[in-house]
Design a protein around this ligand. Structure first.
Ligand code: BYC
Length: 360
């Protein structure tokens, strides 16, 4: 779907202004390499200034930065942080719904759920591949996840207590994910933007299947309707928090916007999500657990109640209801898959030996 060169250029030493970069221009042309121990020369400083100017001009023109282009360290770091967190969220996000594959109420629902959970795994793989183009290996990213250093979305640390939770995750969690991720299709980093196009198409199917599953349950018995309402009540506030802290408390937003990675702010996305969801609740016949929720004619959008940010930070800091379980399951899955990685490496080594023998 998207290709990206992994043969990243050698980094050059940090110039006098302390911003290290690689020696490839925004147009992909190779610049003059500078030895790491050599003092930054005037020529090097000029080269760096030209590269930075081309980088800024690409951003101003809404162009794409590609893996072999020059990029400032701060850009690389910001992207790696967000893309790796995003990839981790996708693979940890397989767990809450994965728990229901063996308990799906019909063969049809089981097949849909299997496909959805597999899709999430696939999204993680696209995103790890895209993030690797920034020069950090998948192993390094996974180590950061497994050691508890890396973040993943808060939303996956809540339990899935009933079958209705699976529908609500599709409807609300994937719905929120689409709201957040469609603007990322236009982000300035080529591999991330291209990966997001396919991911968003799949998320759209995920959201629809969740809504359809809930529609069927809402046409069932009173107990089924109560189960759906209970799931909506439990997921609504964590889903709103999923968009991230309020803009005023979002330390990464300014830089994300300047770099063309973040196109719409946390609060604006949250507002768009509330406004899109309220009419859907009417079709479904559920209510949202927020007495303050009401249409504001002056603002032409909904007012909603205060989010409990202490709960959000508690979860982000590792103390949510399922953080320990999610991480333990992830570590075990990784350890259980060691034999697959070993087998793949052994096979690749054998193939290489064979082709070398043939070439000799
Ligand atoms: N959970 O300055 P801010 C899916 C952190 S999975 C945890 O606003 P930023 C799916 C944030 O990282 C899709 N942490 O940050 C899968 C930062 O900490 P650091 C998940 C959060 O980056 C399976 C700090 O709070 N989506 O769709 O400007 C089944 C301050 O925040 C969260 C993505 O990953 C959170 N919710 O904005 C179903 C989308 N929110 O890094 C569905 C890509 C904030 O400074 N990511 N933090 O230590 C983004 O768009 C942005 O990174 C965020 C945060 C909007 C999440």
């Amino acid at each position: 779907m998207y290709t990206q060169a992994l043969d990243l250029p050698e980094p050059v030493s940090a110039p006098a202004n302390g911003i290290a970069g690689n020696n490839v221009s925004a147009s992909g042309a190779q610049g003059a390499a500078v030895h790491p121990l050599q003092a930054p020369s005037a020529a090097h400083a000029a080269q760096h200034a030209a590269q930075s100017a081309r980088f800024e001009a690409t951003l101003d023109a809404d162009g794409k930065i590609e893996p072999r282009d020059f990029m400032p360290d701060a850009y690389r770091k910001t992207l790696l942080r967000q893309m790796s967190q995003h990839a981790h969220s996708e693979i940890v996000g397989m767990q809450p719904e994965g728990n229901w594959i063996s308990r799906a109420p019909s063969l049809k629902r089981k097949a849909i759920l299997l496909a959805k959970v597999q899709d999430e795994g696939g999204h993680g793989l696209y995103l790890y591949s895209a993030a690797e183009t920034l020069g950090t290996s998948r192993d390094q990213m996974l180590d950061a996840l497994h050691s508890g250093k890396a973040k993943y979305s808060s939303i996956f640390n809540y339990p899935t207590l009933t079958w209705a939770d699976v529908g609500v995750i599709g409807w609300l969690v994937d719905g929120a994910a689409i709201m957040n991720q469609v603007p990322i299709c236009r982000c300035s980093y080529g591999p991330y933007a291209r990966a997001m196009i396919r991911i968003c198409k799949e998320e759209s199917f995920h959201q629809r299947q969740g809504f359809e599953s809930l529609m069927v349950q809402m046409q069932g018995t009173a107990a089924q309707r109560a189960m759906v309402q209970d799931a909506v009540n439990r997921w609504w506030w964590p889903v709103l928090a999923m968009f991230g802290p309020p803009d005023a408390d979002s330390p990464n937003s300014a830089q994300g916007k300047r770099f063309g990675i973040k196109r719409i702010s946390n609060d604006d996305l949250r507002q768009k999500f509330v406004d899109a969801t309220v009419p859907q609740t009417k079709v479904l016949g559920v209510s949202l657990p927020d007495p303050a929720l009401q249409w504001n004619a002056a603002r032409q959008c909904h007012d909603y109640g205060a989010i409990d940010w202490s709960d959000f930070w508690n979860v982000v800091n590792g103390n949510g209801p399922c953080n320990h379980e999610r991480l333990a399951t992830r570590r075990k899955a990784h350890a259980d898959g060691q034999w697959v990685r070993d087998a793949a490496l052994a096979y690749a080594a054998k193939q290489e030996q064979r082709s070398m023998k043939e070439a000799a």
